[in-house]
Design a protein around this ligand. Structure first.
Ligand code: 13P
Length: 247
């Protein structure tokens, strides 16, 4: 299981960040568990500097630019220099701040060009009776990989994060059977976009109110490869409880 902890802007103190890293290092020793932390950029730089553990790091976003005279931008090479190995891209909170499908596609290309594995977030704002949400998920995935070579496409991780399930509590997360269905659907979409049978190795994650109470049910009912976790990843005790449900 791949567990990606998206700290968003919840973690703002170094002491708390270090505590979360220490807990994550212990959890990452469990067989079958891989942990990726996505701290705010300055904290990522501090934590990753001396990291020799199995914990890996992700950017929460990267610049769509190629660098230069652009105050405030943090590019893929800058994250790679800080030892990030993944980049969360197309998160709904970044899309709400202006990232279009075209911008997300450019970011995926930049990430891959600099050795960062993209974690592409897709998901609908609401579910309609006619299945339009399925078309939207398909469109978001298709548009995001448009600029990539077939080989690059095989490296993309897709995280299904329906907006209606983000930031609430376990009982408002997705129904495990609905997740199973969506994971199958996403695998079908990926298979159409990737060369040969390579999509079989692609990872599909779920995010949206994953908590210690529901993570085991979601993992058990579906063929999901892991989780992208927000609020439950920023308290050391809750995060440890959650990961232990999967061991
Ligand atoms: P929550 O786990 O807080 O719902 O956030 C999910 C998310 O957006 C992870 O990227």
């Amino acid at each position: 299981m791949l567990i990606v902890a998206n700290w968003k802007a919840y973690v703002e103190e170094l002491a708390r960040a270090k505590k979360l890293l220490a807990v994550s290092k212990r959890l990452a020793r469990e067989d079958g568990i891989a942990i990726v932390l996505a701290p705010p950029a300055p904290l990522l730089g501090v934590l990753s500097a001396k990291n020799k553990s199995r914990v890996a790091f992700a950017a929460q976003d990267i610049s769509a630019t190629a660098g230069g005279a652009l105050t405030g931008e943090a590019t893929a090479p800058a994250y790679a220099a800080a030892s990030a190995s993944y980049a969360i891209l197309g998160h709904s909170e970044r899309r709400a701040a202006g990232d279009t499908d075209a911008v997300v596609a450019v970011k995926l290309a930049h990430a891959l060009a600099h050795g960062l594995t993209p974690i592409l977030c897709v998901g609908e704002a609401e579910r309609d009776g006619e299945g339009r949400y399925l078309a939207l998920v398909r469109e978001e995935i298709t548009a995001a990989v448009e600029l990539l070579t077939p080989r690059e496409r095989t490296r993309v991780i897709v995280a299904y994060e329906p907006l209606w399930a983000i930031g609430t509590t376990a009982e408002h997360a997705i129904d495990p059977n609905d997740l199973a269905e969506m994971v199958l659907y996403i695998r079908k979409v990926i298979a159409e976009l990737l060369p040969g049978k390579s999509a079989r190795r692609s990872l599909v994650l779920y995010g949206g109110s994953v908590e210690p109470d529901n993570v085991r049910g979601l993992a058990g009912a579906s063929d999901v490869d892991g989780f992208l976790i927000g609020h439950a990843s920023v308290d050391p005790h809750t995060f440890a409880e959650l990961v232990k449900q999967l061991t």
